[in-house]
Write a protein that binds this ligand. Sequence first.
Ligand SMILES: [Fe+2]
Length: 252
Amino acid sequence: MFSFFKKKKSSANVPGNLPFTTDIHSHILPGIDDGSTDVETSLQLIQGLYNLGIRKSIATPHIIGDMYRNSPQTIATALEKTKIACSNAGINMELSAAAEYMLDDYFLELLQKNEPLLTLHKNILLTEISYTSTPENLPEITSGIIEKGYLPILAHPERYHYFQQNFDEYYKLKEMGFVLQINLLSVTGYYGKRAAKAAMFIVEKNLAPLVGTDLHHHNHLAAIRNEKNRAIFESYIGNKVFNDLDSLVITL
Ligand SMILES: [Fe+2]
């Protein structure tokens, strides 16, 4: 009798899965940006995502001209190392890699030289912009990306303080041609109240068809696993469809 009740209590405490199975934004490849530092950490982060119901993970290491000058080669090497480690550890995650491109001078150089860029899926390109100030020529940069045949995704628009003052900016970003991707943890207040308010606005107005974990380290994983936060994910984004990359390609 005692063991029956004990068992029931423990199963009631098992939290449910995340409201999506494909993660399109993370820094889980080892040693090439400010995310996972080594293969062991990568394995722990990937196992953590798997335990939350993620079955497909697209790793997106930073490419920032003056900080992380990653290339298709450095990313492919880190991906291969991680895939082998996952296979040896019996983690059945479908792993691939793209990149998160900072829209800086180095990016413009790559674009102008027609260097092949790493995409999430087909022509879908994950980008970010400076946290300190908005690039003055953002509409021109966006047009340039689209002219080269890419569909630009803007990562975590809710986190840029200069957009948090005026939510009309999110509509302007969409008019420029960006598809918006919010960070899962933003709705919990992990990145501050202003980012939470902006993320909730973006979700309520259906402005972002994409959500990513932007997982860098164990603290992020712990926050994502937190039961209170999981309840917030469920109530804000649980009933919406996210991360259908094929549907974005068709709407181009
Ligand atoms: Fe990121």
